[in-house]
Write a protein that binds this ligand. Sequence first.
Ligand SMILES: [Fe+2]
Ligand SMILES: [Fe+2]
Length: 191
Amino acid sequence: MLNLHAPTTERWLTQVSANLDELLIDHAHCEKKAAGVAMNLLFAYVDEVELVRAMSAIVQEELNHFHLVLDLLERRGIRFRKIPASKYAGRLHALANKQEPMRAVDRLLIASLIEARSCERFGLLRDHLADRELADFFGSLFESEARHHSTYVRLAKLFASEERVASRLEELALEEARIIEPGEDLPRVHS
Ligand SMILES: [Fe+2]
Ligand SMILES: [Fe+2]
């Protein structure tokens, strides 16, 4: 369903479970960035009404998620602040074609894969965290991130044939797996 090529390993779960405060700060940044990505797509492809409507809905949902994480941070006495991001999203965005219409397809499919990976990892946190408040919180986001994944894949078909979108998704999913598999030193949603 999520089109991911490599499942997240125990390594990541162990890494973030030992650094939950930092994971939560990064998570807040991720939700903010997800809203930004959707807003950028809305601006870039404003002639596609279906896309514009879907993006404005996602912007609102992601900002709502952002607020929920900020509330959680505040309840736990964790200060929201700037922290170094993981390299994951930047490395994926760098794979986007420079020329339209394939640039649109790539931007949408890259967004779809980031949503899929977040969704997969929220599911792991839901199932494995001993902190039940956090486990339930991540579980509550699972469904909307899965839906965002499907929305982005569907919208990519506004710019290329179904077959072209499917084959490009396959290529990008392989790249995504290659990027995320080695892991990163800092505990992050996408480390
Ligand atoms: Fe979100
Ligand atoms: Fe999302």
